[in-house]
Design a protein. Structure first.
Length: 241
């Protein structure tokens, strides 16, 4: 089984962290193929960057020549899942939905701890789109930008633990989701501090993608995620032949 894990930003160090965490939970025989977009922002923190990254990820995934069985979209609260689902027949799993669905199996209410406060609205919108906003107790921000998380892991851990503790104590969260792919690898430390289960969206998405592939399930091509209409699109694809 080959699973493509697509980083939404162009920072290779973040792709490396994502690949490492995906590889840790992948079952024997599962090949993780981590990819970085050919163009786009170095970090995604807002709607403009998110829409740009969505196009970049679709372009990057389209350029993969070898067959693969599923795609994980490794951007929390980001756009692009629906476009990939139209383009592909293999399962497409967004780490936002994977984390939220997993958290909903572990407790009645979950909170998300993310990077900057400007991204909380996007996360709320994504949870509403997948029908899990009512299970979300809060979306809290650490105030740290995505690249700061990678540059100073100790500070990131302390901020994450502090906000997770507040989510449990003040918001009634029973589970915490890490709201940024750049937080991959910090779940155990946050769980030790907050005292509740902590879900990292990257491992959650990889596990869910593996399960869908093993069941022989594919993306429905009837209705909302039917293949794009055959037409000429000027300038597409952007990269490659």
């Amino acid at each position: 089984m080959r699973i493509v894990v697509a980083n939404v930003n162009t920072t290779e160090a973040v792709t490396g962290v994502i690949a490492e965490q995906a590889g840790k939970v992948a079952a024997p025989g599962t090949d993780i193929v981590a990819v970085t977009p050919f163009f786009g922002p170095t970090s995604v923190e807002g709607n403009f960057e998110s829409h740009l990254a969505a196009v970049a990820v679709m372009d990057r995934v389209r350029a993969i020549e070898e067959p693969y069985d599923a795609v994980v979209l490794a951007g929390f609260g980001e756009h692009g899942k629906e476009g990939l689902a139209e383009l592909l027949e293999v399962p497409v799993v967004d780490i936002t939905e994977a984390a939220a669905h997993t958290a909903s199996l572990l407790g009645r209410r979950f909170s998300v701890v993310t990077s900057l406060s400007r991204t909380t609205g996007q996360i709320r919108d994504r949870l509403a789109l997948i029908g899990l906003d009512s299970r979300c107790a809060s979306v809290r921000a650490t105030g740290l930008a995505v690249l700061e998380l990678e540059a100073d892991p100790a500070r990131a851990r302390d901020r994450l633990v502090a906000e997770a503790e507040r989510a449990v104590r003040e918001d009634g969260a029973e589970v915490v989701c890490l709201g940024c792919a750049g937080m991959a690898g910090l779940a155990e430390q946050v769980e030790a501090g907050a005292g509740v289960p902590v879900v990292d969206g990257v491992p959650a998405a990889v596990g869910l993608a593996e399960s869908l592939v093993r069941q022989g399930l594919r993306t429905s091509k009837v209705g909302g995620w039917a293949a794009p209409l055959p037409k000429r699109i000027t300038g597409w694809p952007i990269t490659g032949p």
